[in-house]
Design a protein around this ligand. Structure first.
Ligand SMILES: [Zn+2]
Length: 145
């Protein structure tokens, strides 16, 4: 495994708060931290649980099923590294296990016209890569069911 620091805008897969998220994605799993005390999902990752205050959590795989909460079709690249990607769909999906847990992602393999609120979607894992940027990161993205 390479250990060079990821170039912007690739995510830093070694940053401790989200390192397990990226490691799970590389294995083809969507994993989120779950509180060991109250069992609620702790997303975004935080040092302590916002529900019960526990400092203990475990990265736990979820089903990968979710519903579309919101999205935006990005047609203009605001940074040059995204120029080759537009248009793309930036989305916010609510996971099946707890709809209050929403993940920022991309919606792929569909025409934006099919998108609607609460559309069932499921996770897929795709390489995140950018023109002129060395390396790639496997990232969870979502497709309509
Ligand atoms: Zn808790």
């Amino acid at each position: 495994m390479t250990s060079f620091r990821r170039e912007f805008p690739l995510p830093d897969t070694e940053w401790p708060p989200t390192r397990e998220f990226w490691a799970a994605a590389a294995r083809g799993e969507l994993a989120l931290p779950r509180c060991d005390a109250c069992r609620r999902w702790r997303w975004y990752p935080d040092a302590t649980c916002r529900f019960c205050g526990s400092a203990s959590s475990t990265w736990t795989a979820v089903s990968g099923r979710a519903r579309l909460f919101s999205w935006s079709v990005v047609r203009r690249a605001f940074i040059p590294q995204l120029a080759a990607d537009v248009p793309y769909v930036a989305g916010l999906v609510a996971i099946e296990e707890d709809p209050a847990v929403r993940i920022v992602t991309r919606i792929v393999d569909c025409e934006p016209a099919v998108l609607r609120i609460d559309l069932p979607v499921r996770v897929v894992f795709r390489p995140l890569r950018f023109a002129g940027v060395r390396g790639e990161v496997t990232a969870p993205m979502f497709v309509p069911e």
